[in-house]
Design a binder for this molecule. Structure first.
Ligand code: R2B
Ligand code: URA
Length: 386
């Protein structure tokens, strides 16, 4: 009789070996590249002189130093190119705990976990507002709730990318949302963000004058992230759709359970049904500012949120905490797979080779996917299976 525990263990080991092999392959490719550059004569002026970001404040160069107040960083005491120059992904989510757990999860997923005791430092601790962790080429930051909060963080993160001379960083927001006609637990990737009037623009008042910035998101990136969904192992759907971004959780989202409510159940139903007719799939509170600010800077970006209820069925969130914690991991698992794929299995990168099929029963993407991710309620750095 084959011992099922033993074969499970062998299978897990084989998968770990596959992942390790991919990481080692990628690292040895990077090493070869460096050696080649050395042989070719490494000239200092080959390093990028500027970041790839566009349209930034021309006065930034006059700020010496530039103080990023809410991150607790400044360009005098921190060498931005040295500390942040390698950043390729910036992941943002609501709470410090969720982003810290995500950082530990990523560390494991992208093969950077040196040992179990590795501790990550909160790089934004000095600002006492946000939390920020760096895992190799990935920055993970908490953004709080609502557009005003995420806007402040984005201004300072975009300046961070600029000062560090980062090349083509991709920004991804992961979070929760209310679904519109979608099953709770579904992951929604936003095609665009719209306001309460379904206008696809983030409106801000600048010196008392209304200014609107387009809030389109990168369609290609949304598709790439969606393609990391594995319908065979994932117990949920991943869809792409329009996202309504509101200024408030209660009246702004037509809830009937806020401290104040001056409309009827009928009016709420009519509004939510109209949203559904207009292909709105979810409601959250940061996507407008996130989409507008990233696209102004020429940054590719995506919003990936799990629906924790279907708003057509109610307002209150009654799902048990443990279930919510599992659902919250879904965007994290998907985004971690996407990052790993780009880092180690990018077909467009002539220097990287995918793993040979016969060596692995499942691709590492699939392997890790089924193991779940980190959630807000989970203690770092453990990873719990869904
Ligand atoms: C989703 O969840 C939060 C409100 O509960 C808010 O930050 C958002 O966008
Ligand atoms: N986040 C929101 O903004 N709305 C919801 O209904 C759930 C999560």
């Amino acid at each position: 009789m084959p011992n099922s525990k033993g074969s499970d263990c062998t299978c897990r080991l084989a998968k770990e070996v596959c992942l390790l092999k991919a990481v080692v392959n990628a690292q040895s490719k990077t090493l070869s590249k460096l050696v080649r550059q050395l042989k070719d004569g490494c000239r200092k002026d080959e390093e990028p002189k500027e970041s790839t970001l566009c349209g930034l404040n021309p006065c930034l160069k006059c700020l010496q130093p530039d103080i990023l107040y809410h991150l607790g960083l400044d360009t005098e005491t921190t060498d931005f190119p040295k500390v942040f120059g390698d950043v390729r992904f910036v992941c943002m989510g609501g709470t410090p705990g969720r982003m810290e757990n995500f950082a530990y999860y990523l560390m494991q997923e992208i093969g950077l976990k040196i040992n179990a005791a590795t501790k990550l430092r909160d790089m934004a601790e000095g600002g006492r507002r946000f939390s920020m962790f760096k895992v190799g080429p990935v920055l993970c930051a908490s953004h709080g709730m609502g557009c005003p909060s995420i806007s402040i963080l984005l201004h300072e993160l975009i300046k961070t990318m600029h000062h560090a001379k980062c090349q083509d960083p991709v920004f991804i927001r992961i979070g929760t949302c209310g679904g519109i006609g979608v099953d709770p637990g579904t992951v929604v990737i936003s095609s665009e963000a719209v306001d309460g009037r379904l206008n696809p623009a983030h409106e801000i008042l600048v010196q008392g004058i209304s200014v609107q910035h387009a809030s389109q998101l990168d369609e290609g990136l949304a598709e790439e992230i969606k393609s990391c969904h594995d319908p065979c192992t994932d117990n949920h759907e991943v869809i792409i759709g329009r996202t309504l971004c509101t200024q408030d959780f209660y009246e702004g989202q037509a809830r009937l359970d806020g401290a104040f409510c001056e409309y009827t159940l009928e009016a709420k139903k009519t509004y939510l049904e109209e949203l559904q007719n207009q292909q709105v799939k979810n409601i959250e509170m940061e996507s407008l500012a996130f989409a507008a600010l990233t696209s102004r800077a020429n940054i590719r970006s995506a919003v990936v949120c799990v629906a924790i209820l279907n708003r057509l069925n109610g307002d209150q969130i009654k799902t048990p905490h443990e279930v919510l914690a599992k659902w919250e991991k879904r965007p994290q698992v998907l985004v971690a797979r996407y990052i790993r794929k780009i880092l180690y299995f990018n077909e467009n990168d002539s220097d990287s080779e995918p793993l040979e099929e016969e060596e692995c029963e499942e691709t590492p993407e699939k392997t890790r996917a089924s193991q779940g991710g980190a959630g807000d309620t989970q203690k770092a750095p453990e990873v719990e299976a869904e």
